[in-house]
Design a protein around this ligand. Structure first.
Ligand code: SAM
Ligand code: SF4
Ligand code: SF4
Length: 346
C-alpha cells in the first residue's frame, strides 16, 4: 500500500501513505504571528511579550513556498490553503497569492481572522485568490472580545466578510470554534445570522492542539449537540459530502435556505480520509495537525537540492505516514507536547 500506484488521475501517479490515503491538500503557514490571542489557540500567558517568534530569515520566502507548491501539485496536491498565524499580516501576501495562482489547476484559498479583510479583499481577489474562510466565534461583541483577547470588535470582522463578498471571494465560509462556558450561547444567533447572509457557517469542536491551551474534554461542545440545538429551531437534514474526505459534515436547512457544517474532529474522527499535509512557516513538513515533529524542507531548499530530490523526500515522508491522532486521542495523548497550531497552520 505504501508504494507508488500506477497512473490514476490526469496521468499522475497517486502517492499513498501506509493507510492508503492519497496526498491532496497542502496547508501553508505563512507566519507564526497573529494580531489576536484567541484563548483556545494563542493564550496570552504563553504568547506574551517575551515569546520568541521566528525571525524573518527563518521564514520561507515566497519563491521557496511557490517552488514547493509546484512540486506538491506535481505529486497530486489539488488544493492549497494559506494560513498561519494570521496570514494577512505577512507583508505583500498578495504577491504570494499571485505566484501560487499561476500554478495551473490549483484550488487556492485562505483562512483568516478577518481583521484586515476590509482593506485586503479587493487586492487578494485581483491577485486571483478564489475564496476565503473567515474565523468568527460570536456575534456578541463582549464574548468575541473575550475570545480574541485583544479587544477586537466584531463589527470589523463583519465588515471584512462583507468586503470579501463584494470582491467575489465566494463562497465564503465562516468558522466558529465552540468552547463550553465561552460561546455556546452564540451558536443560535450565528446560525440565524449567516443563514440570512447566505454564507456557510461551520462549527468546529474545540481541539487539544498544541500543548498550551489547557484542553479538557468537558470543554468540547459536540457536533451532535450543536446540530440538535439548531435543528430544534431551524430544521436540518443531512447533505451528501461534496467530495470524499471532506472534513465538515454538511447539514441543509429543510426549507432550502442554505447549509451549515460541523467539524467533529474530536467526537467523530475523520483520519481515515485525511489527505492533508502541513508546511510550517519555517519550512517543516507535518503529516498531522497533532504531530510532534516535522521534516525540514528548508535545509534542502537552501542547500541546493533539485526538485527531484525534494520530491523524493516528500514521497518518503508520505509513504511512511501512519498518523491518526484523532482516532486514538485519550486524556494522556492530549497532554503530549505537540506543535502549536499557530505555527503549523490550522
Ligand atoms: N488566524 C487565522 C484564523 O484564525 O482563521 C488562521 C489560522 S487559525 C490557527 C485556523 C483555524 O484554526 C481557525 O478557524 C481557528 O478558529 C482554528 N483553531 C485554532 N485553535 C483551535 C482549537 N483549539 N480547536 C479548534 N479549532 C481551532
Ligand atoms: Fe490568531 Fe487564528 Fe489562532 Fe486566533 S485562531 S490566535 S486568529 S491564529
Ligand atoms: Fe488528519 Fe491527524 Fe487530524 Fe487525523 S488527527 S484528521 S490524521 S490531521
Amino acid at each position: 500500500m505504501n508504494d507508488l500506484h500506477p497512473p490514476a488521475t490526469l496521468g499522475r501517479p497517486l502517492l499513498r501513505d501506509r493507510l492508503g490515503r492519497t496526498l491532496r491538500d497542502l496547508r501553508v503557514s505563512v507566519t507564526d504571528r497573529c494580531n489576536f490571542r484567541c484563548v483556545y489557540c494563542m493564550p496570552k500567558e504563553v504568547f506574551g511579550k517575551d515569546y520568541q517568534f521566528l525571525e524573518r530569515k527563518e521564514l520561507l520566502s515566497f519563491e521557496e513556498i511557490t517552488r514547493l507548491a509546484r512540486i506538491f501539485t506535481e505529486q497530486g496536491v489539488e488544493k492549497i490553503r494559506l494560513t498561519g498565524g494570521e496570514p494577512l499580516i505577512r507583508r505583500n501576501l498578495e504577491q504570494l497569492v499571485a505566484m501560487l495562482a499561476a500554478i495551473p489547476g490549483l484550488d487556492l484559498t485562505l483562512t483568516t481572522n478577518g481583521s484586515l479583510l476590509s482593506q485586503k479583499a479587493r487586492s487578494l481577489k485581483d491577485a486571483r485568490l478564489k475564496r476565503v474562510t473567515v474565523s468568527l466565534d460570536s456575534l456578541d461583541d463582549a464574548v468575541f472580545r473575550r475570545m480574541n483577547d485583544v479587544d477586537f470588535p466584531v463589527t470589523r470582522v463583519l465588515a471584512g466578510i462583507d468586503a470579501a463578498a463584494e470582491a467575489g471571494l465566494a463562497p465564503i465560509k465562516v468558522n466558529m470554534v465552540v468552547k463550553r462556558g465561552m460561546n455556546e450561547e452564540s451558536i443560535l444567533p450565528m446560525a440565524r445570522f449567516f443563514r440570512k447572509q447566505g454564507h456557510i457557517l461551520r462549527f468546529i469542536e474545540y481541539m487539544d492542539v498544541g500543548h498550551t491551551n489547557g484542553w479538557r474534554m468537558d470543554d468540547v461542545v459536540t457536533a451532535r449537540e450543536i446540530v440538535s440545538l439548531i435543528d430544534a429551531e431551524m430544521p436540518l437534514e443531512p447533505a451528501d459530502p461534496n467530495y470524499r474526505g471532506e472534513v465538515a459534515e454538511r447539514w441543509r436547512y429543510r426549507d432550502g435556505s442554505g447549509e451549515i457544517g460541523v467539524i467533529a474532529s474530536v467526537t467523530q474522527a475523520f483520519c481515515r480520509d485525511c489527505t492533508r499535509v502541513r508546511l510550517s512557516t519555517e519550512g517543516k513538513l507535518y503529516t498531522c495537525l497533532f504531530a510532534t515533529h516535522g521534516h525540514d524542507l528548508r535545509t534542502l531548499l537552501r542547500g541546493g537540492a533539485s526538485d527531484a530530490e525534494i520530491r523524493d523526500v516528500i514521497h518518503a515522508v508520505w509513504a511512511k505516514r501512519t498518523d491518526r491522532y484523532s482516532e486514538i486521542r485519550t486524556a494522556e495523548t492530549a497532554q503530549l507536547r505537540k506543535i502549536e497550531m499557530s505555527y503549523i497552520g490550522g
